[in-house]
Design a protein around this ligand. Structure first.
Ligand SMILES: [Ca+2]
Ligand SMILES: [Ca+2]
Length: 245
């Protein structure tokens, strides 16, 4: 396996670049999607016609269910079929302990998702994960099936692939690997950026449409990695997505 060997200061520069890139991408995404979205309470607290901001929904439920029509009220409070053909940006955060790492990695994802039908989404995004020792950069894609409702359980699958850092003992190579001025001091380590890491996962979770455009989600994934079954791990995350047609 070809390794890109980085010393410690190069690694921290690398991290700064990554963090900066993330900041810019998130900002662009927020500017693009979030401007018309104001902080607000969930819609429909007092009215069961919760998505009247959406033209398709508004047309369908222009004449709302009668006060006594309980099934009709429930239907209009739950209906999220208007989301077909919506797409937008998502931002997720989560925790996992994959790879050779024993302490959990925090991870961030930023990507694009869309509803091809009212019950299915695709997504594609970037992933960055890190803990004290290791970090991982990659991309991911996935698909989810859900109920076309405001509160929507889902199941899905995904795939991610990227590269992770590895840390190896380097106290016997005549190189000052960590740039601290001492060569081969006791406990000196070298950080490499190599390990191609790939995982596929089944996942399950639940969406809630805060407003007709803002979706919040919680999910769990079981990562099956190329590092072997010992490295398989649960990943728990939460995400927010802002979509429009
Ligand atoms: Ca050293
Ligand atoms: Ca050394």
């Amino acid at each position: 396996m070809n390794s890109l060997i980085l010393n410690r200061s190069q690694c921290s520069r690398h991290r700064i670049v990554v963090v900066f890139g993330w900041g810019v991408a998130t900002l662009l995404c927020l500017l693009h999607f979030a401007r018309p979205v104001q902080a607000q309470l969930p819609t429909g607290i007092t009215k069961s016609r919760w998505a009247m901001d959406d033209p398709d929904y508004a047309q369908k439920y222009a004449d709302g269910a009668e006060k006594t029509d309980v099934p009709g009220k429930i239907k209009q409070a739950a209906d999220a079929r208007f989301l077909k053909d919506s797409s937008g940006c998502y931002f997720s955060g989560g925790l996992t302990a994959f790879g050779t790492s024993s302490n959990p990695m925090g991870s961030l994802e930023l990507g694009y998702t869309g509803y091809g039908t009212s019950f299915m989404t695709n997504r594609m995004g970037f992933v960055a994960a890190a803990n004290d020792d290791d970090y991982f950069l990659g991309g991911e894609l996935g698909m989810r099936f859900q109920t076309p409702t405001r509160l929507a359980p889902f199941v899905g699958w995904g795939l991610f692939a990227g590269a992770s850092s590895t840390t190896e003992s380097a106290d016997d190579d005549n190189i000052d690997n960590d740039d601290d001025g001492d060569i081969d001091e006791w406990g000196e380590e070298e950080e490499s950026f190599d390990g191609a890491l790939m995982a596929i996962y089944p996942e399950t979770g639940i969406h809630f449409w805060w407003t007709p455009r803002v979706r919040i989600s919680g999910f769990g994934r079981y990562l099956v990695t190329t590092e072997g079954r010992d490295a398989d791990a649960w990943y728990y995350g939460a995400s927010i997505a802002i979509l429009s047609k």
